[in-house]
Design a binder for this molecule. Structure first.
Ligand SMILES: *Cc1c(COP(=O)(O)O)cnc(C)c1O
Length: 222
């Protein structure tokens, strides 16, 4: 079942777009089912859930961290995480740099999270706030971090045109930063947007990485 859902989803993705199977709140067995179907990229949003799952699952899984990350937990994931999608404040990036310098064998890949939704509850930089941060990144203040792109979550709403507008804005910002820093950040190539309910819209607006949970694994049990 899970394997078939992943295959179906992958067929919908344009070339060059990757899928993060969001496995938070789903058991090890569900992840293994996806793994046996050949999938390798999984997303988790809580460090205390990610660590034991990683312990008991195959070592060639690429773990993406997609949730709000507390600074005091950075040290636990930096040694192995493939991509942190959710850098939502500067002090978090400072901590990732510090831990990466101490503990990681290679640069730690990160995305800067941009607040595109109208909901107050979502995290991330405003479009204006992220520009001074990119100036610091471009100046080389974070040598052990590889900033690969942007991540955003649209407003949770049935209003399709609002979601479209939010993804379109994030895509414009992504293209602007990519162009402005093309020599200093040559690996800036990832736009993480789109979840179970809105990934088709995100794909229409240039997403290169969709994060899908429910549509693969079913409802989460909290
Ligand atoms: C849970 C989560 C997802 C997946 O959501 P679904 O609606 O289950 O596809 C994607 N991105 C983030 C940041 C999440 O926390």
């Amino acid at each position: 079942m899970i394997g078939e859902k992943i295959d179906q989803l992958k067929q919908e993705l344009p070339q060059g777009v990757n899928l993060v199977a969001v496995s938070k709140y789903h058991p090890i067995e569900a992840i293994l089912e996806a793994y046996r179907a050949g999938h390798r990229i999984f997303g988790e949003s809580r460090v205390q859930e990610l660590l034991p799952k990683r312990e008991s699952l195959p070592k060639d899984i690429e773990w993406h961290f997609i949730g709000h990350l507390q600074r005091n937990k950075v040290k636990y994931i930096v040694p192995f995480v493939s991509l942190i999608h959710s850098i939502d404040n500067e002090s978090l990036l400072v901590e990732v740099e510090k831990q990466a310098a101490a503990k990681a064998e290679q640069k730690v890949a990160c995305l800067i999270q941009i607040h595109i939704a109208t909901e107050e509850t979502k995290y991330g930089f405003s479009e204006d706030e992220c520009i001074p941060l990119f100036e610091k990144i471009a100046e080389g203040l974070f040598p052990h971090v590889e900033v690969r792109g942007l991540m955003g979550m649209a407003t949770f709403t049935d209003n399709k045109s609002r979601v479209e507008a939010e993804f379109a804005r994030l895509h414009r910002l992504f293209m602007l930063i990519k162009e402005r820093y093309k020599t200093l950040l040559p690996k800036f190539d990832t736009l993480s947007m789109g979840m179970s309910d809105d990934y088709p819209i995100a794909l229409n607006h240039g997403s290169t990485l969709v994060r899908v949970g429910g549509k693969i694994f079913g409802d989460r049990i909290y």
